[in-house]
Design a protein around this ligand. Structure first.
Ligand SMILES: [Cu+2]
Length: 787
């Protein structure tokens, strides 16, 4: 995790001082007035909130030293937010009258001396932050692992003399030892009250060398809080080839006892880290890869918006093409989008109250100890916001970019600020809609699709995730997840078979794994009372081919099922099953259907492949089904948020406050304020082409209006006449292309006889040269001729 780029307001050593230094009154002990009730805590507010907690902890709890883990906004009640913003609760209704909104915060901290975790709620009342409640968490509950703890893991492991000796045994010097701190995953051999981490160790042979190319064969266990190595190492067992298949060096995949000699019981030979460089920085590749040189045949490609962007920002509030929403940095989810509405010809129609990536798990497939521990809850255990990158203009983000900063708390209570953490921009996304009347003299009309992108990039040790929330002019929303970065790898001995992985390079084994995400959707389709409908598309039941009702056998129908009570829903590809969220209080004028938004999951639906009674599923039931529907139950401490519980590190079973437990109460969710959790993901069978850095892979979920708008809401998007678009090769067939181009330009315009002539000419030319042009109009004609 040490690769995260942070801009901090203090140095690292200052951040971990905790209360041991003098407490000073922060310059801004009062919160600034918020523009939107869901605005995240500002850096000044984080300072003020933690100052209040420090005062309370020293005076009331007699805590001598503490470190902060989280400090974030406790969102106001949904109805209060909607009243404040003037968003109606049901179709055609007047918004509720605004009520006073009290700014609230929630904080987790650790007592440095005894390791106890504390949870505190605060309110900003009469000019200061006051403690509303305080709770000492049970010993088995841990707030997320902090950035500083992850960075410390490397320091602790590197400094350990026994680790140094084990590294030396395979030729690695102390200064060459590097490691990534990880959550422990699951290991019952260690007490749950300690903050247990495992560390994946790598060697680095020169500055900025790709250390993941040099994985080491042992895994130390440490206590992130006390900063001590708890268990020197685990040595994974090893495979050997045999005529009957791979044979493991031990009889089973169970963890050995802690008192046993780990190397001896693993039955393995030590393997030195592979030394071949697989760098990704061009200047290093020029040195380490003979003959390497960057391509020199790429011409510049600029994104130019000469008149500026088409979106408006007001603090965290974003408006674009009838869309309006609140964009917030979240320590845990990265980006949280709230109060998403669409202005439908003057009527502000609510669509989604809150949308975020609420949890994710990456289970790996190798069963031999200790590899099964490798399944990180990257959101609940580390936090996506805390792992976010500071983005750069011109490389991460092309064109005219608006950035938002993010702030989260450091151990000392001071804010850690990431500038440029959320990127907002527009991009061309191909054609939005088009039609050509293929008849002679017929006209053609093309409208280009523009989309608004709200994005963030997070580095989770070796991997990168790119979160893109995409808004379109046809009223649809897409949440796209892109994956890149470096595979998590383990060294194998010469000739060792890899039954659960792929050798992406000599002696480098990348285990099979999955990336599974829980997307939390708090819908408000035309109001907060919504219903989920499950649709199966099935052949006409009871009507075989040749029957009077279905002689040709072609009939198929849509079978809707109302999801009436809390629970999960299964995917069924044979029925092309899909889901939508509706509001029964309003119907479409033509279809007669309830207004709704369809959930498109085909771009991401993936079954959980580890067994559903194993460690991974035991901690994260949400992985076992693609759709979960629960009722929203707001309390003074917030609503239902985290599908695997608020405190995720070191859980061994699913906590009470998790989606798998919530659904057991089977509350009514028909026409209720409900939340939908969507499980999507991808199964990664690594390819050598994913090495040394994986090209972007992506998956997505869509939300598309269904009987929500009268017609296609993008009919009023103007056609594009981009004067910067030119023939790629002006001297080759330029006349033909030009004539064709004229035809297009003219018949995009209306009400002019000359245009009609121009069109006819262009059409004729295009038609005559259709094959040569091989595109657009020419193709349209060819198709017309064929149909
Ligand atoms: Cu992967």
């Amino acid at each position: 995790m040490s690769t995260v780029t942070l801009s901090t307001t203090q140095t690292h050593s200052q951040l971990v001082t905790g209360l041991s230094g003098a407490v000073h009154v922060p310059t801004a002990a009062r919160p600034a007035g918020f523009k939107h009730p869901l605005d995240p805590l500002t850096p000044d507010e984080i300072t003020a909130v933690t100052f209040a907690v420090k005062q309370y902890a020293t005076a009331q709890l007699e805590i001598k030293a503490m470190k902060f883990i989280t400090a974030y906004l406790l969102p106001p009640p949904k109805r209060a937010v909607l009243g404040y913003l003037g968003i109606p609760l049901s179709p055609g209704a007047q918004p509720e009258a605004p009520v006073p909104i009290v700014r609230k915060a929630e904080v987790d901290f650790l007592d440095i001396l005894n390791g106890c975790a504390h949870n505190v709620f605060l309110s900003y009342v009469e000019g200061r932050w006051k403690i509303d409640s305080h709770e000492i968490l049970p010993g088995d509950q841990h707030p997320q692992i902090s950035v500083e703890e992850l960075i410390d893991a490397e320091v602790v492991v590197k400094a350990d003399p026994k680790v140094q000796q084990i590294a030396k045994d395979v030729g690695i010097l102390p200064e060459q030892i590097f490691c990534d701190g990880w959550s422990i995953g699951y290991d019952e051999r260690f007490p749950q009250h300690r903050r247990v981490q495992q560390a994946f160790v790598f060697a680095r042979f020169s500055e900025h060398d790709n250390l993941y190319a040099h994985p080491m064969d042992f895994i130390p266990i440490l206590d992130a809080h006390t900063k001590e190595v708890l268990h020197i190492v685990d040595f994974p067992s090893q495979y050997s080839a045999s005529p009957s298949g791979p044979v493991l060096s031990v009889p089973d995949t169970l963890p050995p006892g802690l008192s046993e000699d780990a190397l001896k019981v693993s039955g393995r030979e030590r393997v030195p880290p592979p030394r071949t460089a697989y760098d990704f920085l061009p200047d290093l590749m020029e040195k380490t890869e003979p003959g390497f040189k960057l391509r020199d045949d790429l011409k510049p490609l600029h994104v130019v918006q000469p008149e500026g962007v088409s979106f408006k920002m007001n603090g965290h509030e974003l408006e674009w093409q009838n869309w309006k929403m609140h964009v917030a940095f979240s320590q845990r989810e990265g980006i949280a989008l709230s109060t998403i509405t669409y202005n439908d010809h003057g009527e502000v129609r609510p669509i989604i109250y809150r949308l975020s990536m609420a949890e994710m798990v990456v289970p790996y497939a190798a069963p031999e100890h200790p590899h099964p521990r490798k399944f990180a809850f990257d959101s609940g255990e580390y936090g996506m916001g805390t792992m976010a990158n500071e983005l750069s203009l011109g490389c991460d983000c092309l064109g005219q970019i608006h950035y938002l900063p993010g702030a989260f708390v450091g151990h000392s209570g001071a804010p850690m600020i990431i500038k440029n953490v959320i990127c907002i921009h527009e991009e061309d996304a191909g054609v939005l809609w088009k039609h050509t009347d293929y008849r002679p003299g017929g006209r053609s009309h093309t409208v280009r699709r523009r989309r608004l992108v709200v994005s963030m990039v997070c580095t989770l040790a070796n991997y990168e995730y790119i979160w893109n929330y995409l808004f379109y002019q046809d009223g649809s929303i897409e949440f796209e997840i892109r994956l890149t970065g470096i595979l998590q790898v383990y060294p194998s001995k010469d000739g060792e078979p890899s039954p659960y992985g792929v050798k992406v390079a000599p002696n480098i084994n990348a285990h099979y794994h999955q990336h599974l995400f829980s997307v939390r959707v708090d819908p408000m389709i035309d109001g907060i009372n919504n219903t989920v409908i499950e649709s199966d598309i099935v052949p006409l039941p009871g009507a075989p081919t040749g029957s009077p009702q279905n002689f040709a056998g072609n009939a198929f129908v849509v079978k809707d099922t109302i999801v009436k009570t809390e629970g999960s829903r299964s995917f069924d590809a044979s029925k092309d099953r899909r889901w939508r969220i509706i509001n029964t209080a309003r119907q479409h004028h033509a279809s007669g259907k309830d207004v709704g938004f369809a959930i498109g999951m085909k771009g991401g639906i993936t079954p959980l492949l580890p067994r559903h009674d194993g460690w991974v599923a035991r901690r994260a039931t949400f992985l076992t089904e693609p759709v979960w529907v629960v009722k929203e139950l707001e309390t003074e401490k917030g609503g239902r948020m985290w599908p695997s519980g608020k405190y995720v590190p070191q859980t061994r079973d699913e906590p009470k406050d998790s989606v798998g437990q919530w659904v057991k109460s089977k509350l009514d969710v028909e026409n209720e304020d409900l939340i939908v959790y969507l499980t999507v993901g991808t199964t990664h069978i690594p390819r050598p082409e994913d090495w040394p850095v994986m090209p972007v892979e992506h998956l997505s979920i869509t939300f598309k209006p269904q009987s929500f708008f009268k017609v296609n809401p993008s009919m009023d998007v103007p056609p594009s006449h981009d004067p910067h678009s030119t023939p790629a090769f002006p001297n080759e067939g330029g006349d033909n292309i030009s004539a064709h181009g004229n035809g297009y330009a003219l018949h995009d315009l209306d009400n002019d006889k000359e245009h009609a002539n121009g069109h006819a000419n262009g059409h004729a030319n295009g038609h005559a040269n259709g094959e040569a042009i091989g595109n657009g109009h020419g193709n349209g004609h060819a198709a017309g001729g064929c149909c």
